[in-house]
Unconditional design. Structure first.
Length: 172
């Protein structure tokens, strides 16, 4: 091996594993399914992810004087969905009747976040609200869900807004 070859990085070294930013849409009345999904895709050596969703145990605070307003809550949910690289929706039949889940699906579509519909255990069919929006539908298996996320997640390229660019003209 020459000195030049020794200094060159090996092409056989795998890149560091990607940490996916996921938003999981769910109904708080069905927290058990959400908790089971989070446990099912628990980060490990084969898959790492950051949870951007809002579990019942950590709700978004609302303004004290405007308890009936949803504006702040919707803006906070939109901000998290916009950051997500992939959007998972628990596609139980209750998704067809949940205004919150449908609003989150609408936000994911608006921000071009790929939607994966996950059929909860013991369900036999997907609700239309989830099937029309989803780029992929998967059964309740870790390998199916992880495979769909790896295939469908948005690329991790910096956006123009986040890239550091010089000013278009001299300042001063």
């Amino acid at each position: 091996m020459s000195l030049a070859d020794a200094a060159r990085p090996s092409l056989l070294v795998p890149p560091p594993p990607r940490k996916y930013r996921l938003f999981i849409s769910h109904a708080w009345r069905h927290t058990d399914e959400y908790d089971a999904l989070v446990k099912l895709i628990e980060p490990g050596p084969d898959f790492d992810w950051q949870n951007l969703s809002v579990p019942k145990t950590k709700p978004i605070e609302v303004f004290e004087l405007l308890r009936q307003s949803y504006r702040y809550l919707v803006n906070q949910l939109d901000a998290e969905i916009k950051r997500a690289e992939c959007f998972l929706v628990l596609a139980g039949m209750y998704a067809a009747h949940s205004g919150w889940i449908q609003s989150e699906i609408e936000a994911a579509k608006e921000f071009s976040v790929p939607i994966i519909a996950v059929l909860p255990r013991d369900n036999e069919r997907f609700p239309e609200a989830a099937t029309h929006a989803a780029v992929e539908q998967v059964a309740w298996y870790r390998s199916s869900i992880i495979g769909a996320v790896q295939r469908r997640a948005r690329p991790m390229f910096p956006t123009i807004a986040s890239a550091t660019l010089p000013p278009p003209f001299p300042i001063g």
